[in-house]
Ligand binder design. Structure first.
Ligand SMILES: Cc1cc2nc3c(=O)[nH]c(=O)nc-3n(C[C@H](O)[C@H](O)[C@H](O)COP(=O)(O)OP(=O)(O)OC[C@H]3O[C@@H](n4cnc5c(N)ncnc54)[C@H](O)[C@@H]3O)c2cc1C
Length: 506
């Protein structure tokens, strides 16, 4: 089968799905293809921090200003997946007490509202903070759910006419008269798609996609590891008041807290290690002394595609670049690289401007003005609907007639939600269902609910084994304390189904 579109977008992370939404809203004929599930790359493996820009104010002012402006835009257009908790920067007893004197003016220059508060007030707001903290500054950081953000972009792009496909890797691209032809794998078959313009939004894989057309992109891949704790250890985002470093951010996310991150330039692999987990926890203890006793439920790692420019890791800028490969002799190929989740919309806008120019069409960007998901503010007295409303915005109302029998106790997901998403053409395995409902992401790490997910999808022990094998990669590095007990309990439960949840990828 062959089809033709004006713009073919490769990569279904925040950036690619944001571009699909932007171009479709401008009236372009768009197809997006994603190799795995949406948010399968760095988008689904980050901190979920909606940066106010303060983290970069001193060291990376361009990125700080971009984050400040885009953070404010996203708080308007993506309310359904943002918790506007606010953030605190605190300096630990061993940190440089003078840093605050550089930090506050730098925030001012980047347009970030930063207010120094008394350390006693900081400890009233965040009772678990170390008694020895030396300074505290309030900033407008927030937490954002990257899965629902990407899925929101997908449904918005589709509403505006885009074709958006997951589990559809681009295998080859060649130039043909007046454009490109891409060969895309889908459901054991290959499909050919012709396009006037190809947009490479493949994140850490952008170099591989560009190489299909003989072009190279100078990216530095940087591994970052994060640890998820059960419950909220903090109410707002807590950052260390020092230059960006390891283990200095805690982000509260609904039922969990995420601690991060490491930065290993050029490190291979997307797997967190026990050594990284220990290092992160040891660093975090300087501001949150009780963290060692808290229950770590999993760890994961993501790859940042950074624009090197001579620096790597923490030294590399977090800003982005839109590359028109006409300069490499491949007119019509546009890559977008670098950036942050927080700045995805701006990256999409700039990329879409370049695409529209190539297509010879004029239509202005509207993504900053229209909400990704129209949000119904009406409060609900129904607990299940409340949790669903956060996950699905107004479409929660359409789900409520479904069964409200609990499907996942940790995350308050109903069987109705599971059944609803199990029948979506986008959902082909238990992991896909988990990302759309959050079932399995809580403290028992799918000890009980994966069976419900499998039954909603009519899948059996083999699929369950595969799912648990995948999840095990994240559980293994945190096998201590309470989670170790939980995993032993899970092992006994799953034996009844003939499943060894510690066995990977069968
Ligand atoms: C550890 C870590 C923590 C971070 N924390 C934050 C944070 O708190 N806040 C923030 O703002 N930013 C954060 N970031 C940065 C943020 O995650 C990224 O900037 C953002 O997610 C990049 O999105 P993307 O869509 O460009 O890339 P990705 O999400 O990586 O998407 C690229 C997609 O392309 C797909 N793909 C690759 N090859 C092909 C192919 N041949 N065919 C089809 N599809 C293909 C991949 O499967 C992937 O889904 C963090 C990053 C890391 C790694």
């Amino acid at each position: 089968m062959r089809s033709r579109v004006e713009a073919l977008i490769i990569g279904g992370g925040a950036t690619g799905t944001g571009i699909a939404r932007d171009l479709a809203m401008r009236g372009a004929e768009v197809m997006l293809v994603e190799a795995g599930d949406f948010a399968a790359g760095a988008t689904g493996a980050n901190h979920g921090m909606l940066h106010s820009g303060a983290r970069y104010a001193v060291t990376d002012p361009v990125s700080a200003r971009e984050c400040a402006e885009e953070g404010a835009v996203l708080k308007r257009i993506a309310r359904f997946c943002i918790e506007d908790t606010g953030g605190l920067f605190v300096s630990a007893s061993r940190d440089d007490a003078e840093y605050v004197d550089r930090f506050l003016p730098a925030c001012g220059r980047a347009g970030i509202r930063a207010e120094e508060i008394d350390t006693r007030e900081a400890r009233e707001i965040e009772p678990c903070l170390d008694a020895g903290i030396k300074a505290a500054v309030k900033v407008p950081d927030a937490s954002i759910d990257p899965f629902f953000l990407a899925l929101g972009n997908v449904s918005s792009a589709r509403r505006h006419g885009a074709t958006v496909l997951n589990h559809s890797p681009v295998r080859r691209i060649r130039r043909i008269d007046g454009g490109f032809e891409a060969v895309i794998g889908r459901g054991g078959r290959e499909r050919r798609v012709a396009a006037d313009v190809v947009i490479n939004a493949a994140g850490a894989w952008a170099g591989e996609v560009a190489a299909m057309l003989g072009v190279s992109i100078p990216l530095c891949i940087d591994k970052g590891t994060l640890v998820v704790f059960n419950g909220r250890l903090v109410n707002r985002l807590v950052n260390r008041l020092r230059p960006p470093s390891d283990g200095d951010i805690l982000v509260p996310h609904r039922t969990a807290t995420i601690l991060g991150t490491t930065s290993s330039a050029g490190a291979a692999g997307d797997r967190a290690t026990s050594a990284e987990v220990e290092r992160l926890i040891a660093e975090a203890e300087a501001v949150l002394p009780g963290i060692k006793e808290s229950r770590a439920v999993r760890a994961y790692a993501g790859a940042r595609p950074l624009l090197g420019g001579g620096s790597a890791g923490r030294g590399a800028s977090r800003t982005f670049q839109v590359i028109d490969h006409a300069c490499d002799g491949v007119d019509g190929l546009i890559s977008v690289a670098g950036g942050k989740l927080t700045t995805f919309r701006l990256m999409a806008e700039r990329t879409s401007d370049a695409v529209m120019e190539k297509l010879g069409r004029a239509a202005r960007c509207r993504t900053a003005d229209e909400e990704i998901e129209p949000f119904d503010d009406a409060p609900s007295s129904d607990f299940d609907l409340e949790a669903m409303r956060y996950r699905h915005g107004t479409s929660a109302a359409a789900l409520s007639p479904f069964s409200t029998v609990p499907g996942c106790g940790c995350e308050a997901v109903t069987r109705g939600e599971m059944e609803h998403y199990a029948s979506s053409p986008d959902v082909s395995d238990i992991g896909d269902l988990m990302r759309r409902t959050r079932a399995g992401m809580g403290y028992c790490q799918a000890g009980l609910c994966a069976v419900n997910m499998a039954s909603a999808m009519d899948q059996g022990a083999r699929e369950l084994q595969r799912y648990y094998g995948e999840r095990w990669r994240g559980v293994e590095p945190v096998l201590f304390g309470e989670q170790l007990r939980q995993e032993m309990f899970k092992a006994h439960l799953l034996k009844a189904y003939g499943i060894d949840h510690t066995e990977e990828g069968r």
